[in-house]
Design a protein around this ligand. Structure first.
Ligand code: IYR
Length: 229
C-alpha cells in the first residue's frame, strides 16, 4: 500500500480516455509543426524586465508537473522567485560561485567549450528577468508524520519535468536560460528548502531584451543524433 496520497496503493486501473489517434498524414504534419515550434527556442542571456503574468507561470508549472516520474512520486519542487531582493541575493551568491568557476575551477578544456557561448561570471539576468525558477529534486518525500518515503530515478524525473517546463514556457511566448551555478547549495538556504531537496537548475524566465543577441550556433542534424537499427 503506497503511503503517498496521489498513488492509490493496490493497483487501480481506469480506462485510458485522454489518448488521441490521428491519421498518418496528420501525425506527420503535427510532428513537423511541433519540431518547428521547438526549433525556434533559443537560450537567451539578455532579459528585459517586462513583467510576466503569474497565471502563465502557474499554467506552465502544471504542464511540467504532468511529466512521468519514478513510481509517480513526482520528486520535484519549483521555487518561483519574483521578489527583487531575493533575486539580488541569488545573483550575489551565484556570482561568487561563477567567479570561482571562471577564474579557478574550470579546466581550460571546459572554458574552450564555453567560448562560442560568450558566457562569463557576470549574471545580470538573475536580477533583470521577472522570474527565476529554482528546480529542486527530492531524494525522498517527507510525510506529514515526519517519515521519509524514498524516491526513484530523481535526476531523470526532474530532467524530464524541466524539459516539459522549458517547452511550455517557450510555447507560451517566454524565453529561458537554464543556469547551473555550481555548487548551488546556497539555493536551499536562500529559498528555505529542506535537506532532502537538491537544486538541479536555476531557470531564468522572461521576455528577451530589445535587440537581444544569441550565439550563432546550430543543432546537430538527425544523422548525428539518431541511429535506426
Ligand atoms: N555555469 C556557468 C558555466 C556554464 C556551463 C555550461 I556546461 C554552459 O552551457 C553554460 C555556462 C555559467 O552559467 O556561466
Amino acid at each position: 500500500m503506497s503511503k503517498l496520497s496521489f498513488n492509490q496503493g493496490s493497483p487501480q486501473f481506469i480506462p485510458l480516455s485522454t489518448y488521441r489517434a490521428y491519421p498518418e498524414s496528420e501525425m506527420e504534419t503535427r510532428a513537423k509543426e511541433f519540431y518547428e515550434e521547438l526549433s525556434r527556442r533559443k537560450t537567451i542571456r539578455e532579459f528585459s524586465s517586462e513583467p510576466v503574468s503569474r497565471k502563465v507561470i502557474e499554467q506552465c508549472l502544471l504542464a511540467a508537473g504532468t511529466a512521468p516520474s519514478g513510481a509517480n512520486h513526482q520528486p520535484w519542487h519549483f521555487a518561483v522567485v519574483s521578489d527583487k531582493e531575493l533575486k539580488h541575493r541569488i545573483r550575489v551568491e551565484a556570482e561568487i560561485e561563477e567567479r570561482e568557476f571562471y577564474e579557478r575551477r574550470a579546466p581550460q578544456e571546459w572554458k574552450d567549450a564555453l567560448a562560442p557561448l560568450g558566457t562569463d561570471s557576470n549574471k545580470p539576468f538573475l536580477e533583470d528577468a521577472p522570474y527565476l525558477i529554482a528546480i529542486f529534486g527530492q531524494k525522498s518525500t517527507l510525510m506529514d508524520d515526519g517519515t521519509a518515503v524514498k524516491n526513484y530515478y530523481v535526476p531523470e524525473s526532474v530532467s524530464i519535468a524541466t524539459g516539459f517546463l522549458i517547452a511550455a514556457l517557450h510555447h507560451a511566448g517566454l524565453a529561458t536560460l537554464t543556469h547551473t551555478p555550481s555548487p548551488m547549495g546556497f539555493l536551499n538556504e536562500l529559498l528555505d528548502r529542506p535537506d532532502n531537496e537538491k537544486p538541479y537548475i536555476l531557470l531564468v524566465v522572461g521576455h528577451p531584451a530589445d535587440h537581444c543577441m544569441v550565439p550563432n550556433i546550430r543543432k546537430k542534424p538527425l544523422s548525428e543524433i539518431a541511429s535506426f537499427l
